[in-house]
Design a binder for this molecule. Structure first.
Ligand SMILES: Nc1ncnc2c1ncn2[C@@H]1O[C@H](COP(=O)(O)OP(=O)(O)OP(=O)(O)O)[C@@H](O)[C@H]1O
Ligand SMILES: [Mg+2]
Length: 227
């Protein structure tokens, strides 16, 4: 049994006894992990060891080909059996494309459809999110006209506007050049941690892990994770 971190159940995001296998190969076994509000845990390990699969298990989007056991708790609620749209888990990928047929504002509105009541409230929340991302006045822009850093900030805002209870980051900085990577990384951590949500970051980059500033969990090749 591998235990990473504090007592199970104490965190805003908790995994209990997670085991994930596919075709006779065990990717994750006996994983207990608790991430507190405003804490970022970094998950590292070789390609193919199951990092993205574990995030998919948490988000509820894991392919049916995998055999998974264990529980996911968010804010103390067992969300293991819920469909992805009811889990309120935000996820950001390296290929997080904005919808090309929508404006920047339309992309942000997409995250709000159930949470904001009237049109005025939606517009106000979008304007506030754009201002927070230093993109005031960008609502009518075509996403294709944004820089890489601007696009990354809009993608984060879209994820946060949906009011997630936890944020999963799957190598979200990979496509950015070194300088932009540092800036976007700071932006993501600052704005996510400001909301006091737990973050689980997957990366191959030690500098990302250092910037995250929290515990680092290392998956071996099929072995249990090491803290
Ligand atoms: N839908 C699927 N069906 C069968 N096998 C899959 C499926 N998705 C992933 N796999 C396999 O499961 C293993 C874990 O994949 P996963 O994407 O979780 O790795 P990873 O740790 O995220 O790797 P990387 O660092 O390269 O992103 C790999 O061997 C992969 O080939
Ligand atoms: Mg992956």
């Amino acid at each position: 049994m591998a235990t990473a971190g504090h007592a199970v159940n104490a965190g805003a995001l908790a995994l209990e006894g997670v085991r994930i296998a596919i075709g006779g190969r065990t990717l994750v076994d006996g994983l207990d992990l608790s991430i507190g509000a405003g804490e970022c845990v970094t998950l590292m390990g070789p390609s193919g060891c199951g990092k993205s699969t574990l995030l998919a298990f948490v988000a509820g989007s894991m392919d049916a080909a995998f055999d998974a056991r264990g529980r996911v708790l968010a804010g103390g609620d067992d969300i293991t059996a819920l469909p992805p749209e009811r889990r309120r888990i935000g996820i950001l990928f390296q290929d997080d494309l904005l919808f090309p047929h929508l404006t920047v504002g339309g992309n942000l509105a997409f995250a709000l459809h159930e949470r904001a009541r009237g049109r005025d409230e939606r517009r106000a929340r979008i304007a506030a999110a754009l201002a927070e991302a230093d993109l005031a006045g960008f609502a009518d822009r075509d996403p294709a006209t944004l820089s890489g850093g601007q696009r990354a900030r809009v993608a984060l805002m879209r994820t946060l506007l949906a009011g997630p209870r936890a944020l999963l980051l799957d190598e979200p900085f990979n496509k950015l050049d070194a300088q932009l990577r540092g800036e976007v990384r700071r932006f993501v951590f600052d704005h996510a941690l400001e909301r006091s949500i737990p973050i689980l970051l997957v990366t191959h980059d030690e500098a990302d892990a250092r910037a995250a500033g929290g515990r680092v969990l290392r998956f071996g090749d099929g072995g249990p994770p090491r803290s």
